[in-house]
Design a protein around this ligand. Sequence first.
Ligand code: RAM
Length: 356
Amino acid sequence: MTPMRLTAVTALLALGVAACSGTTKSSVTSAPAPAPASSSAAKADPNAPIKQGLKLAFLPKAINNPYETIVDNAGIEAAKEYQGEAKEVGPSDASASSQISYINTLTQQGHDAILIAANDANAVCGPLQQARAKGIKIVAYDSDAAPECRDLFINQASSEEVGRSQVKLLAGMIGNKGDIAILSATANATNQNTWIKFMKDELGKPEYKDMKLVKVAYGDDDDQKSFTQTQGLMQAYPNLKGIISPTTVGISAAARYISGSKYKGKVVLTGLGTPNQMRQFVKDKTVAKFALWNPKDLGYLASYAAAALVSGQITGAEGETFKAGKLGERTIGKQGEVILGPPFTFDAANIDQFDY
Ligand code: RAM
């Protein structure tokens, strides 16, 4: 953070403290409303250099989620390429309100940007708005916050493509026929809920008329809960033919359960997983195919996008472009969304080529 920014933030903080001491409850609620990203008064300067010494913080859904760790570590490494500093802080569970206190602390510490995989699109909105009012840029990645509360959303893949391709993947393995279930993350997760919406839409097509979605279960991106939920699905739906688990935590827990049960070879499991977590279940034939993107690239892209925002290369408006290091030039789409790329399908033939 530059000295000028620091002074401004310090002054704002001092003002905030002064305003808070001795105020009534009602007067505390009048935080200034920041302008939405698209109406930003600042003009983008694509040739502006990346500012030196940027301070970024990654706030994942939960710090003990191996997927989020890969993403954030890659973002932290990327910051070194442009002489910035990045760190990861976050809650140990992915519940709706678990990130709020972290946002407040990061705001007080005066970071240049907060990057967040939101556990709940709306629960984090107020605190994020307060951060923006202090000049902090907000980049959502992996799981979006409400668009009016962030400057950009770095999406790992087109949400529609993820949702529809997951159904196609499972349908291909069960001959488009039978009862199926979804084992999701938390009930509030923006990314999973968007994918599930497209899965349901895909399932409405005539070619899937013999496939029936009997249940959407939630493992809360908690390994043990996901394991137990899988067990519960098997018991409640004896005719189950397939499960889609669009969460790396869910699919690995479900695979672990199935691999040691009588359902191995009978119930087809697919979803989104990391090759390193899924390798043993592909090798032991519990799982034939699943999908993902490169989580390292997601963190890398988010890191560069935050740096471009803070440096004024972009403001978050549709059509602006920025250079994301080794990933090349990227363009901002509608509603501040930047898409990493298409999902990739892993199977026994290719899984050993990947190490993440
Ligand atoms: C889990 C999380 C994350 C999601 C991946 C696929 O790790 O829910 O948000 O993107 O799965």
